[in-house]
Design a protein around this ligand. Sequence first.
Ligand code: GDP
Length: 364
Amino acid sequence: MKAGIVGLPNVGKSTLFNSLSNAKAQSANFPFCTIEPNIGVVNVPDPRLERLAEIVNPERVIPATVEIVDIAGLVKGASKGEGLGNQFLGNIRETDAIIHVLRCFEDDNVVHVDGSVDPIRDKETIDIELQLKDLETAEKKLDKVKRAAKTGQKEAQKEAEILQKIITWLEQGKSVRSLEVDDEDRVNFIKPLQFITDKPVMYVCNVNENDAVNGNTMVEKIKNVSRDENALVLTLAVGIEADIAELESYEERQMFLEDIGLEEPGVSKLIRLAYNLLNQQTYFTAGEKEVRAWTVRKGSTAPEAAGVIHTDFQKGFIRAEVISFSDYDKYASESKIREAGKLRIEGKDYIVKDGDVMNFRFNV
Ligand code: GDP
């Protein structure tokens, strides 16, 4: 799973990326590693994993992760190749979700590329670039499809119709994600084109410390304009997140957070939301060697979940032994769980639930 951070220059993207990259300081179970200067892997904070580790006492504990990519360099004209625009837009296409950072703080010392602080305008500037890129994609595809439609192919005629609808929509300054289309058409014709503005989005409203808890009028405006977009809006004081990340001990961080009125670092919340945004859930495996959180799409079957560990597990799937996290937590030992009859045997049609602790039986 990969989420890309976008936004205009000087809105706080790299500060956010760096506080994520320093997130190891936020909890002993929160390591981060940088793959490339602008790519990092962040652990999904999950108290359930810690509880399982406490019960099982394994050799190692491995959390679920989200990959974060800092996509710098988006400016007005990027879709037309302004700056390194096109290259960056290519990077966005490879992500599963978008974290769009908006400057919702005043600070005369931080220059704004358009001269004043106005997150609604900024959002539009970035949205337009992404929409123009998608327009290019849709038009190219329509050209091809039209040729096929001329030969009388029914499917192609249908596809051309949908592409035309998308083009008109984008030309109105709207994003593909908010277009109403039949689910089947979306899967057949829209998903394969990987439109940037079809990806789920989270707006991170970057505010000053004083607004960290309650936000401000700019945040409210963003909430209003994004209401129809199926988007998440998160208020985050990115500047103080960087300070929090630098504190060494857990106690120091808690004191700092309490002073501001926050219960947890904003970046922990961001990571959890990103996970939701990507429509993912967690199941666990718990053995003496390893207690581990695995990521699966919501609605996955047991064999699909097994396939996340290894494709052979999916191919040779026989059955799964499943314990819900709440039972694991309650009985705190596998033998007690068995005695209580809380270990279920599930077959290949079982839909995995968030927090299931699973053990797979399979043929090799
Ligand atoms: P990027 O170009 O979007 O990556 O922006 P940066 O992360 O480099 O931030 C630009 C400038 O804004 C830096 O000087 C940051 O210290 C500052 N900055 C970032 N977030 C905040 C904030 O929440 N409040 C204030 N006052 N300054 C911030």
